[in-house]
Design a protein around this ligand. Structure first.
Ligand code: GLN
Length: 485
């Protein structure tokens, strides 16, 4: 039997399944065994009990001669993706017993491509957080140091990938929830242009910045998954057409240099709050990209100083509206002791939502209320417009903008969970990109302290994911070579 690990390039595994050297069933069994072995990390909320049956169905399709781009590849989905055959909880008590009535295009496309859903992963409830400690079902541990957080909110997904429980995971990034945990967990994470992957079938957090993307072991793997996920679907009016051509990185198109690539290093991300060792390693690595032909200059995006404040007005405003549907009647938890309609609303929401969801509902309701709307929501929208203009200006001069994805490497479990503001500061390097709708990829490039990974965030122009991934692959090669060429 062929040897494989789930961390190997997805393209190789697909090739092995397609040529019959290994079966989808074997790959999925390997995933299930690995999940059982590493259960203590609590990356997984629920296994898909149909995973082996689904794998057998893929084996039958392969045997019948179907060419499947992700044949037999085991994957996990963040628990805010509606999936048939499992619960879909978004890691919140209010949805603890919820089972979805349908699946959206992201899951459907992956399954049609031959990928097999093995498990649902842990997250900060509804995506609210940066450590996965806001899960109502207990935190996930970091794959590199179980006393630390994996980042969040897609921390279950990044731990699952980093441990080799699955070949890839899909998650959501509304303000950094793919990028920040990818940096803290040492995996590749791709946040797409707003709309490139249809959001139907994903539990809404903030509809104007919610995006779907993969977390993988390599940039090439991210390209393979994106190639299946991308493109408009009629069910999501905000979804956009994919570009012509493939998002895959073929060996013959991969450049190992960065000749002529103009990189702007975002000045505002290098200031106060950035860990000294992360900063030193990042500056050295970015500087080393010059030896591969890139030009690197510092660029200022002044409105990024206001981005976090704007994000924590705009996003809670949308959250307060999106979470209004959990009323104890239509979905999820319903308070048994409620005596009338009003009590059903109050008690179900009080019992079902965790502290962070309640905090955001209150902030969101406040900033939208009459008399405060102009002072908060409207001003935050102006910051958003300013950010769009400043990113446009920067992209007129540079092909890519880079910076850290988080101020520090993985921090100890419990060290920030009692301090919402400290947790919000985790997002300071990711939220601007979400507000402008640009794509960005995080590529691990170094480790700090006792072997904690750190990723470089590379931000591209809207809709140019193909080129972004090519450059990210060259950066990944540079990181593997230790920088200098
Ligand atoms: N950490 C950010 C927040 O708590 C981002 C969340 C996300 O992208 N889902 O809002």
């Amino acid at each position: 039997m062929a040897k494989f690990t789930l961390s190997g390039p997805i393209a190789d595994l697909v090739e092995q399944v397609t040529s019959g050297q290994v079966s989808a069933t074997q790959l999925v069994q390997t995933a299930l065994d690995r999940i059982a072995e590493t259960e203590d990390y609590h990356a997984i909320l629920e296994l898909n009990r149909y995973a082996l049956a689904d794998a057998q169905a893929v084996d039958a399709r392969v045997a019948a001669g179907e060419k499947l781009p992700l044949a037999g590849i085991p994957f996990a989905a963040k628990d805010n993706f509606l999936t048939l055959g499992t619960h879909t909880t978004a890691a919140s008590h209010i949805l603890e017993t919820f089972t979805a009535p349908y699946e959206g295009p992201a899951i459907a496309r992956l399954k049609a491509a031959g990928a097999v859903l093995v498990a649902k992963t842990n997250q900060d409830a509804f995506g609210h957080g940066g450590s996965t400690e806001n899960s109502d079902f207990g935190p996930t541990k970091n794959a590199h140091d179980p006393s630390r957080v994996p980042g969040g909110s897609s921390g279950g997904s990044t731990t699952a990938v980093a441990l080799g429980q699955v070949c890839f995971a899909i998650g959501t990034d509304t303000g950094g929830s793919i990028r920040q945990p990818s940096s803290l967990s040492g995996v590749v994470g791709l946040k797409v242009t707003y709309g490139l992957v249809p959001r139907t079938g994903v539990i809404a957090m903030a509809s104007s910045t919610d995006t779907i993307g993969p977390m993988t072991n390599s940039v090439a793997d991210a390209g393979m998954v994106l190639d299946v996920l991308a493109g408009r679907d009629a069910s999501d009016a905000t979804s956009i057409e994919r570009n012509a051509g493939s998002y895959r990185i073929e060996a013959d198109t991969l450049a190992d240099d960065l000749d002529g690539v103009k990189i702007g290093l975002i000045k505002e991300y290098l200031g106060e709050g950035l860990d000294a060792e992360v900063k030193a390693k990042l500056l050295a690595f970015v500087d080393s990209l010059k030896s591969r032909g890139a030009t690197v200059e510092t660029v200022s995006i002044p409105a990024t100083e206001r981005a976090l404040a704007a994000y924590y007005i705009l996003v809670p405003a949308e959250i307060s509206s999106n979470l209004a549907r959990y009323d104890g009647i239509r979905y999820g938890h319903s308070a048994a002791a409620a005596a009338n309609l009003e009590e059903t609303y109050f008690m179900s929401r009080d019992q079902g939502f965790g502290a962070e969801a309640k905090r955001r509902i209150m902030i969101g309701t406040y900033v939208l209320s009459s008399g405060y709307y102009d002072a908060y929501y409207k001003r935050a929208q102006k910051v958003r417009t300013k950010l769009v203009e400043e990113f446009d200006d920067a992209f007129a001069k540079y092909d890519y903008l880079v910076g850290p994805a988080a101020p520090t490497a993985a921090f100890p479990l419990g060290s920030k969970s009692g301090d919402p503001l400290a947790m919000y500061l985790e997002d300071v390097m990711t939220v601007a990109v979400s507000l402008v709708g640009a794509p960005a990829v995080v590529v691990p490039f170094a480790s700090v302290g006792d072997g904690l990974p750190v990723g470089l965030q590379i931000i591209g122009r809207q809709k140019l994911e193909g080129a972004l991934l090519q450059v990210a692959a060259a950066v990944e090669l540079a990181a593997a070579a230790g920088g200098q060429k």
